[in-house]
Design a protein around this ligand. Sequence first.
Ligand code: HEM
Length: 226
Amino acid sequence: MAYAIRRPSWPSIVLGLVVLAFLVFSLPPYFIGDTRVPATFALHYPLLVGHVMFGAVAMVCAVAQIWPGLRRRRPVLHRRTGRVYVATAIPAAACAMVIGAATPFGPILAVSNVLLAALWLWFTIRGYLAGRARHFGEHRRNMVYSATLAFSIITNRLWTPVLYITLNPLQHSVFDGNEEHFLWVVAGVGAWLGWTIPLAAVHWWMRRRPAIEPSSIPRTTATEPV
Ligand code: HEM
């Protein structure tokens, strides 16, 4: 079957560049045994490194999976990349749940971390199982939520400095000059906003476009498992 060559759309190019910039900024310390996150228990650092490395591979795979036309033109590559996404997102989320519960940046962030990691696991596993069962509508829905949560870690990083600057005048009046509590609130609220807003936006978008495009599942894959 011949497929028309479609140029990648602007949103996917922008997303790819944003992910690249995020990884180029975030990864280097972890290649030389360094970190920006203070350890809170003995296994914290190895789990953090595992989280960062698995998370990075999952994020790159997620960009490939939503690249327009890949699913239709290269269904085998779509399936293989999807398997690598699942195999890396699951350990990344499991590590995030453990280090997230013990974050040095306060209890509001800890609750957000654990819930976000649990949802990331939930949507990834459900999406994988739905794909295996050939329930493609459910597979697509869950995988779009899963990828949204993976990418949301980028918006998460943007909120914290914005909140730090805008809430700074309240540090003395509301927080009695306690900088640690101020930082806990800034980091915690930034994290909640970082994933709840993209998840709500994608949920709204999916409700407007609920059906899977019939042409997006190639006939040739009809007998092959995900
Ligand atoms: C979506 C679920 C995710 C959760 C719940 C999560 C949670 C966490 C937690 C708890 C930390 C340690 C900092 C802290 O204690 O708050 C962390 C650090 C980090 N995570 Fe994630 N993460 C997620 C996804 C990702 C993804 C997909 C990547 C992609 C590479 C990633 C990259 C990183 C990096 C680079 C750090 C180290 C931060 C730094 O050095 O500044 N995370 N994450």
